[in-house]
Design a protein around this ligand. Structure first.
Ligand SMILES: *[C@@H]1O[C@H](CO)[C@@H](O)[C@H](O)[C@H]1NC(C)=O
Ligand SMILES: *[C@@H]1O[C@H](CO)[C@@H](O)[C@H](O)[C@H]1NC(C)=O
Length: 277
């Protein structure tokens, strides 16, 4: 553990140095956060093939569904969730990118989680499917504060609107120039989804104060609002080339390694037979 912290700490300057580039590349598959369990599986065990099978199922499913869950012999569990209004071709691309990044980020880890801008992917050897998780994983509040006297009122209108999610656990809303969106992981019951969103909105109020934009990612849901809009950045614009993508992935991985320090404590520390439960 000590040596993990040390090597991750040496990467922190890279994280801060590169986060600027990270933010400037508005690719739909840009990295938000990632984390791995500390416990590794034996690469010669059947865990690897079960995990491969989960990942193959997710990659396959994402071209026809925004959400799905999987298990292999109850040894590995996995699920993914794309932003629900994302075209399925983009969902499929996003999940493929997630799989590649998670493999690089969490080699031989019993559990791993990755959130890109447009999709979420998680696997573990302990079932987490259908389980509400409101732990705070990641927050981002803009450093600019709104000077608009009607800001709080309009943001509350947006919060009220986006908490009315449909059966797909997704919603968008707006008031004035403020836009918002909410997304639950598809495995949550509607009541658990509501409970998760209430927590997320409460954290936005308390943590982001009057920031002009804010994002809160909890274990099983996220809520975002912005006064600049989310959808203004063109998808697949001409600067979204291969080199840019590769850079984004490398930067994302570095950022991810740095974030593991923060995120490790959220993940279970056992993986394999006989632990947990
Ligand atoms: C998980 O997937 C199975 C099989 O497709 C499905 O029957 C089940 O409803 C799913 N569970 C949840 C919580 O989404
Ligand atoms: C998950 O895997 C780890 C490592 O192989 C193991 O120690 C743990 O017991 C496993 N947990 C379950 C529920 O199988």
């Amino acid at each position: 553990m000590k040596s993990h912290l040390k090597s991750a700490a040496t990467l922190l300057p890279f994280f801060f140095l590169t986060s600027f580039y990270h933010l400037s590349l508005s690719a739909s598959d840009s990295f938000v956060y990632g984390g791995c369990s500390q416990i590794k599986f034996d690469p010669t065990s059947s865990y690897q093939s079960d995990l491969n099978s989960i990942m193959a199922s997710a990659a396959n499913s994402a071209s026809f569904s925004a959400y799905n869950n999987f298990t292999t012999n109850k040894s590995v569990y996995g699920l993914y969730q794309c932003r629900n209004n994302l075209p399925l071709s983009e969902c499929s691309n996003c999940i493929q990118t997630s799989i590649n990044q998670l493999r690089a980020l969490c080699p031989n880890s019993c559990g791993g989680t990755i959130q890109l801008q447009e999709c979420f992917l998680k696997y573990d050897n302990i079932s987490f499917v259908g389980v509400l998780d409101t732990s705070l994983i990641y927050k981002r509040c803009s450093p600019e504060f709104s000077a608009d006297s009607g800001f709080y009122e309009r943001r509350e209108e947006v919060f009220r609107e986006i908490q009315q999610v449909g059966s797909n656990g997704f919603s968008v809303g707006s008031s004035g120039t403020i836009q918002g969106m909410a997304q639950c992981s598809g495995d949550l019951e509607p009541s658990d989804c509501s409970a998760c969103l209430i927590q997320a909105v409460g954290r936005l109020r308390s943590l982001c104060a009057s920031s002009v934009s804010g994002d809160i990612y909890l274990g099983k849901c996220y809520v975002r609002y912005s006064s600049d809009g989310f959808y203004s950045s063109p998808h697949g614009s001409s600067n979204d080339d291969g080199a840019g993508k590769t850079l984004a992935i490398i930067i994302g991985l570095l950022a991810g390694v740095a974030l593991i320090i923060v995120f490790l404590s959220f993940l279970r520390q056992v993986c394999g037979k006989g632990g947990g439960k």
